[in-house]
Design a protein around this ligand. Sequence first.
Ligand code: NDP
Ligand code: OXD
Length: 315
Amino acid sequence: MPTANATPNILISAAGEDAAWKRALVERLPKANIVTGDESYDPETIDYAMFWKQPQGLIKTLPNLKAIFSLGAGVDHVVSSPSLPTHLPVIRLEDAGMADQMVQYHLYAALHFMRDFDVYAAQQAGANWVQHDVARISKCRVGVMGLGALGSAVATSLSNLGFSVSGWSRSMKAIDGITTYAGQETLAEFLGQSDILICLLPRTPETENVLNSTTFSFLPKGAAIINAARGAMITEADLLRALDTGHLRGAFLDVAVTEPLPESHPFWDHPKIRITPHIAAATRFEESADQIADNIVRIGNGEAPRGLVDRQIGY
Ligand code: NDP
Ligand code: OXD
């Protein structure tokens, strides 16, 4: 990792939120020169870029970058750029206030299915007053794909509430109260005992379309899916088929392959799908700016930054 200037030059390109990010960074790094994309700057001098969905071609114009900071937990929007040099460090946000929000989102979505709110919504549409038995929460098996900063917080909170929780990741994890699985060879077994499947994987070449007709067929009949990770993890046509044949009970989706979800998309009207517009966990300026400023200081001191992305595996 290269070391930084005492007065680093930082460029912010944050999809409409440049000014707020600049304010948060200036407070923490008063000696840095911080510019936003609409200000004039010399591209040759930029040491660090902070991006959320950077404009196409921007990276190519910055020949002396030392690192890129993703203004999100996901880095797919950065590492998917064909002009990104392979040696350039990419640093992501870890939790940064998002884990609490993810927990809230998934508590709501998991209870939606566990307490039959999907069934009661359908009954209400037909003015139908019918009571169903309340299942024991310990009998409801939740599977969490991805046990990182966000998935592990969600798994632990659902387990604390009484759900029977397991989790799946690339490398083996030990988390109190959670049954863990690791690797492709355990995927079918993990899915086979997930009545509610939560996806909190990062988008990488390995995870794209991981939820498709084949993997849906491993889920118990009547399972539900919650996806607040990235739309690309689900093959959308396969999801519609699995819902329409009744193999899947419902889907709670915060993300889609194309965002905003096009007006004509079949997800909007589907009776078994609930949509939210990528709001599960917002990046918090304060916590995120703390992490980024701390990392810039660490790099300046010759230390490794936290949240460094492994460019080989893509997250
Ligand atoms: P982390 O990088 O901390 O965790 C990723 C987890 O996924 C790790 O447990 C990792 O395994 C596992 N994983 C990665 N690849 C595979 C694979 N091929 N097979 C099995 N497991 C795999 O990510 P975060 O928890 O911080 O975030 C997860 C995602 O959530 C983000 O990438 C982003 O896309 C999404 N997100 C969505 C938001 C929203 O508002 N909708 C907000 C914030 C994030 P291992 O532990 O072994 O490395
Ligand atoms: C993220 C997101 O990756 O907001 O942080 O989706």
